[in-house]
Design a protein around this ligand. Structure first.
Ligand SMILES: CC(C)(COP(=O)(O)OP(=O)(O)OC[C@H]1O[C@@H](n2cnc3c(N)ncnc32)[C@H](O)[C@@H]1OP(=O)(O)O)[C@@H](O)C(=O)NCCC(=O)NCCS
Length: 179
């Protein structure tokens, strides 16, 4: 069982905020081939992820980023899209949420995985100021693996931010030197 130490708030189990959503794919959601639009699927993913983050933080949340989204197979009009979201890890004011989506053909009685994504949400108060979020408590297995992986992804994002900062600084120095 793992618990982050970044907050004095009461820690919450992953299962307390897990969220699920089911959508019927209608013609308005599709392209001329009657396949679900990628942007519409991203909207479903953002919504179900926001529900989990909102439940975990018990505060307003905004999407800071959506990363690593794979669209594995097309979804057709008339299919059901089932989405499940879990808070993988909470940091100081941000949380990583993982979403997995499946398509179900109710007539054929089949279900398969179509997409996965990781999103980061930041908790804010009514004035838009960032607020701390409670730590996540995992109960082993997949939850513990996702918790660890979320830490690696955050590390990678921070390294990338630092690399961009250094590139910008080097560019500004070069421009100043040339004038
Ligand atoms: C997301 C937002 C609140 C971050 O504010 P900020 O002043 O840049 O904050 P900071 O850089 O100090 O980071 C605050 C937290 O957000 C995280 N964060 C910021 N940008 C991030 C990004 N692109 N990806 C992942 N995490 C991010 C930081 O790691 C930090 O987490 P921590 O408190 O847990 O350590 C701000 O950029 C914002 O309001 N964006 C618009 C959100 C919105 O409208 N979303 C809807 C999309 S249309």
């Amino acid at each position: 069982m793992k618990e982050s130490t970044t907050s004095s708030l009461q820690a919450r189990f992953v299962t307390e905020s897990q969220s699920e959503m089911t959508e019927l794919v209608l013609p308005n959601d599709t392209n001329p081939l009657s396949h679900l639009l990628g942007g519409r699927l991203m909207q479903f993913i953002d919504l179900v992820a926001a529900m989990a983050a909102y439940r975990h933080a018990r505060a307003h949340v905004v999407t800071a980023s959506m990363e690593h989204i794979d669209f594995i197979a097309p979804v057709h009009v008339g299919d059901l899209v089932i989405l499940k979201a879990s808070v993988n890890r909470a940091f100081r004011t941000s949380m990583e949420v993982g979403v997995k989506a499946w398509v179900e053909n109710a007539i054929a009685g089949t279900r398969h995985h179509i997409a996965s994504a990781y999103l980061t949400f930041v908790a804010i108060d009514a004035n838009g100021r960032r607020v701390p979020v409670p730590p996540v408590v995992t109960e082993g297995g997949e939850e513990a693996r996702r918790y660890e992986d979320a830490g690696f992804r955050r590390q990678r994002r921070e390294q990338e931010k630092e690399r961009k900062r250094q590139n910008r600084a080097a560019y500004e120095t070069a421009v100043k030197g040339a004038t």
